[in-house]
Write a protein that binds this ligand. Structure first.
Ligand SMILES: Cc1ncc(COP(=O)(O)O)c(C=O)c1O
Length: 444
């Protein structure tokens, strides 16, 4: 092994190279990654002391700090309360918890809290093969760590969605404590409204995982889970929502059952699963909330428009885009089936060689045991949109993608055009350029 000096020197150089590569030279289309504005980045830079502090404690029924176990908290507690209130305001919730350091952490605390509150270990989830996140599944967090007993929603592969009638039957007969919605391959709004009543019949809590679509929800696109019947939303704050990496849980606990759930979830956050809550992200999270209030609707609408127009263009050019009969998508993502061009693994690699970064993805009808070579690609449009691309630019980008998929030009040739396109779209739009700009917006 190298000595520590060489390791650290290499580490610093590699980190610099990464910043240059992914931020300046690549077009990023991973559907689960977000893009922060200069103001959010600057606020993170201004929060270094905060990022070294601890703030263990308990929160009240509004999500505000009730009790601290450490000294030196006079500003920390205000900061946490303000970040909590910013989330509550933006999403019209009456309770939120911002202490989660990721979406998986938000799911951990929520699933655990709801299992305790409902005194049930049964949780209905979207099948992993149909887009659920691993944290929902019996092979992941839900089953292997929390010991929950997963029962699948019935999924209609043609509709690319949960089948509400058949899932209602499953819920009625299983009588779960928790019914979940939301996912990682997530093209169409899930039928919360249609299933809320049957969840009430069996006394199940409804948890909606908005990790992917939180920014779309903030921008009034896709769906409005709380108003449609979800008791709680869990999410990452860094995918379509353009904040710092972190997690959040929120809801409107307007019944005794939901108040009890909040207490159990809070207990599952602290002391069960958190100690350091990575406080340095909280002021930046507040700025991202303001950005979404100001620019969110325009941004989210353009993200969805770009994804849909890419779906249409790729489809017209001979690429199998999933759910053509439904307009391809209502979210920031597309799912492509590239089996006839060599499969998801090969094409994702070829695109990487052309500096277009996305991921291979199992599709519901794939052999689920062949994870290394699925038919699918998942493509996200939130990053290119925030960099200012509109439908015409998206067509140009799709031409480059088609060049690679159809092997019309080598990835190395396409890369030259990709890097030129990236240069053209190097500024982050739909956000504030500095903390001062955010402040001056606030002040008038
Ligand atoms: C639906 C869903 N939930 C939760 C997560 C986990 O979020 P995080 O990466 O913030 O832990 C993801 C990650 O992509 C996801 O897709």
């Amino acid at each position: 092994m190298k000595n520590l000096l060489d390791i650290v020197s290499d580490l610093i150089e590699t980190a610099k190279k990464h910043e240059q590569y992914r931020a300046k030279e690549c077009i990023n289309m991973i559907a689960s990654e977000g893009i922060k504005s200069p103001a959010v980045c600057q606020m993170l830079d201004m929060s270094h002391d905060l990022a070294t502090r601890y703030a263990e404690g308990e929160n009240n029924s509004e999500g505000h700090v009730k009790k601290r176990f450490y000294q030196g908290q006079k500003y920390v507690s205000k900061i946490e309360d303000h970040a909590t209130d910013a989330i509550k305001k933006l999403f019209q919730a009456t309770w939120a918890d911002v202490r989660l350091i990721s979406g998986t952490h938000a799911n951990t605390a929520t699933f655990k809290g709801l299992a305790i509150a409902s005194k049930s270990n049964k949780m209905i989830v979207t099948p992993l093969s149909c887009g659920a996140h691993i944290s929902h599944d019996y092979t992941g967090l839900a089953g292997s760590i929390l010991g929950l007993d997963n029962i699948n929603h019935v999924y209609d592969v043609d509709e690319f969605n949960i089948d509400p009638d058949k899932s209602a039957q499953v819920i009625r007969s299983a009588k779960p404590g928790i019914v979940t919605f939301g996912g990682s391959l997530f093209l169409f709004p899930h039928p919360i409204r249609e299933l809320r009543e049957v969840c009430d019949e069996v006394g199940a809590y409804v948890a909606y995982d908005a990790a992917h679509v939180l920014g779309l929800i903030a921008g009034h696109q896709f769906q409005d889970p709380i108003r449609e019947g979800a008791d709680f939303i869990t999410a990452s704050t860094h995918k379509t929502f353009p904040g710092p990496q972190g997690g959040v849980i929120m809801g409107i606990p307007d019944t005794a059952a939901k108040e009890k759930a909040v207490r159990k979830i809070q207990h599952a956050v602290f002391p069960l699963t958190a100690s350091s809550t990575h406080l340095g992200r909280l002021p930046a999270l507040g700025i991202a909330c303001l950005e979404m209030q100001v620019f969110g609707q325009e941004l989210a609408a353009q993200v969805v428009k770009n994804a849909q127009s890419a779906g249409q263009y790729l489809y017209e050019n001979g690429i199998k885009v999933i759910a053509e009969h439904k307009g391809f998508t209502k979210s920031h993502q597309l799912a492509l089936d590239v089996r006839s061009f060599g499969g998801g693994n090969k094409i994702a690699q070829d695109l990487e060689d052309a500096n277009i970064i996305l991921n291979k993805n199992l599709l519901p009808y794939d052999d689920q045991s062949d994870k290394e070579n699925p038919a699918g690609l998942r493509v996200g449009f939130q990053d290119v949109t925030r960099h200012g691309m509109r439908e015409g630019d998206i067509k140009h980008l799709c031409d480059l993608i088609i060049n690679v998929i159809k092997d019309k030009r080598s990835p190395e040739q396409v890369k030259v055009d990709v890097m030129a396109l990236k240069k053209e779209f190097s500024h982050v739009k739909y956000g504030f350029q500095s903390v001062d700009e955010a402040l001056s917006y606030v002040k008038h």
